[in-house]
Design a protein around this ligand. Structure first.
Ligand code: KIV
Ligand code: NA
Length: 277
């Protein structure tokens, strides 16, 4: 695989070639998704839900995001890695936001940052791209605003909200964002947003087949956990069952003293053993 850059993503949009993105939070997953050939890795603040056990992304800190992005970068070979800016790392002021975004590039070596919001983040997106920090935007359902939105639901269903989504997307493109996640957006609206854009690639999650690319949370796609699963997730594996079955077998082997077997065991010369008292 060739190194994926911001130019590659723009080219893929021009050529109508679907763009693949997946989340990762550690070195092992990073290596595996690189080997599979994914175009982009998002170190998402879904870290909060998926890895840290919070019920939203709101508690996630910059230091936690940097820690996991560093791990992902150690396993990365050719994917374009995007660091997700956590809640209140970019909302308070442009200066804070510039500093925090730069931390991702300087401390982890990743290529781009992602942040949530429409017209309200346009001045920031302009400043970041002018400073040489590629930005992936994120509109539709923006989980950092769950307390304001009153839950995780489909966005853009009435005329005003749908029109705002189109206007926001165009403004983010004009501000220089190279890509934009569309989360929980009716498929026909996401397709219309996508067709209105010339340079900014749309990356859908729960936004139908008309986007330039797709993103999923790795743990969702792999079926790592049971319990609530959003309608937009397709489970390509069932690592939950694989894990529980494997650990049950391990427990049974230890209880039966059939593990470790000779092939898992280190030897010592009898001559040495005999000298011991
Ligand atoms: O944090 C995340 O994983 C995300 C994706 C769902 C787009 O923002
Ligand atoms: Na996120």
């Amino acid at each position: 695989n060739k190194q994926v850059t911001v130019a590659t993503i723009k080219e893929m949009k021009q050529n109508g070639e679907p763009i693949t993105m997946i989340t990762a939070y550690d070195v092992a997953m990073s290596r595996n998704v690189n080997e599979a050939g994914v175009d982009m890795i998002l170190v998402g603040d879904s870290l909060g839900n998926v890895i840290l056990g919070y019920n939203s992304t709101v508690p996630v800190t910059m230091d936690e995001m940097i820690h996991h992005t560093k791990a992902v970068m150690r396993g990365n070979s050719t994917a374009l890695v995007v660091g997700d800016m956590p809640f209140m790392s970019y909302q308070a002021s442009i200066v804070d936001a510039m500093y925090n975004a730069a931390r991702f590039l300087k401390e982890t070596g990743c290529t781009a940052v992602k942040l949530e919001g429409g017209s309200e983040v346009v001045p920031l997106v302009e400043r970041l791209t002018q400073a040489g920090i590629p930005v992936c935007a994120h509109i539709g359902l923006t989980p950092q605003s769950v307390n304001q939105l009153g839950g995780f639901k489909v966005q853009g269903k009435d005329i005003a909200a749908a029109q705002k989504m189109i206007d926001d997307a165009k403004a983010l493109e004009a501000a220089g964002a190279f890509a934009c996640v569309l989360e929980c957006v009716p498929a026909a609206l996401a397709a219309k947003v996508t067709s209105e854009l010339k340079t900014m690639a749309t990356i859908g999650i729960g936004a139908g087949n008309g986007c330039d690319g797709q993103v999923l949370v790795c743990n969702d796609l792999l079926g790592v956990s049971t319990g609530f699963c959003p309608k937009f997730v397709k489970k390509y594996a069932n690592l939950h069952d694989t894990t529980v079955e494997a650990v049950k077998e391990y427990i049974a082997d230890v209880k039966a003293r059939t593990f470790p077997a000779p092939e898992h065991t280190f030897k010592i010369d009898d001559a040495v053993l005999e000298k011991l008292y």
